[in-house]
Ligand binder design. Structure first.
Ligand SMILES: *Cc1c(COP(=O)(O)O)cnc(C)c1O
Length: 227
């Protein structure tokens, strides 16, 4: 199937759900990404700052870019003037820097931030524990931030075909979301996203309450990391 057909397929699959598609374009050049753009898609995800900056420069500026990979504090400045959402916020230190950089470029719209919670059992994956997310939201620093807004949680499930395990991890993330919502965002409509599910497991994630699936190879084909 062509990229356009893949985009239309997901549009169809998601149209009667509250879930949106983040088209993950990492490793694919701008002209390929443009095919998805020309099919009407406007929400794209990248996991590396340099690649994100390049594609932002090369592609139309009505794209909402989501950073979905680990972000080092010293790189926030490269994306602070255009990024729509940083899904991979995994420390208070990083959030402080994002808020600071957004203020420095005088953003009129806050940077949307999502708290990445670690839900997989692989120790290598980034993300906070639920308790760390709570501590962040309770901090004095967070309370005085005016240039960011927290829009939800994000998680990367274990790379496995074990459906029971995947459902368990997705359910855990949804529970984290609901607890944080009740405790910190009860009357705050900004906090509404649960970003979970990728090419291999998005249907399960959707069943478990995902509001944002992040699909790369299922749209653009397999990635070649060596070129
Ligand atoms: C690459 C990536 C995806 C998309 O992976 P696919 O299996 O190609 O759909 C989703 N989320 C994150 C955080 C990624 O890095």
């Amino acid at each position: 199937m062509s990229i356009k057909e893949n985009i239309l397929y997901f549009d169809e699959q998601l149209k009667s759900t509250p879930c949106r598609l983040v088209a993950v374009s990492k490793t694919h050049p701008a002209e390929i990404v443009k095919e998805a753009y020309d099919a009407g898609h406007r929400l794209f995800g990248e996991n590396k700052v340099q690649e994100l900056v390049e594609k932002h420069t090369q592609l139309p500026h009505d794209i909402a870019w989501h950073l979905i990979g680990h972000l080092q504090t010293n790189k926030v400045k490269y994306i602070s003037d255009f990024i729509d959402t940083i899904q991979s916020v995994d420390s208070l230190k990083l959030l402080i820097e994002i808020n600071k950089r957004a203020e420095l470029v005088n953003r009129t719209v806050p940077i949307n931030c999502m708290l990445q919670i670690s839900i997989a059992d692989e120790a290598t994956k980034y993300g906070m524990t639920y308790d760390e997310a709570v501590a962040l939201l309770q901090s004095e620093e967070y309370r005085t931030m005016n240039y960011i807004r927290i829009t939800g949680v994000m998680g990367i499930a274990t790379n496995t075909e074990d459906e029971t395990k995947l459902r368990h991890e997705f359910r855990y993330l949804r529970n984290c979301f609901m607890n944080l919502k009740e405790t910190f965002f009860f009357a705050n409509d900004d906090f509404k996203e649960i970003s979970m599910g990728m090419t291999s497991d998005w249907k399960l994630a959707l069943e478990e309450g995902s509001t944002m699936i992040r699909v790369g190879s299922g749209i653009f084909g397999s990635r070649n990391y060596r070129k």
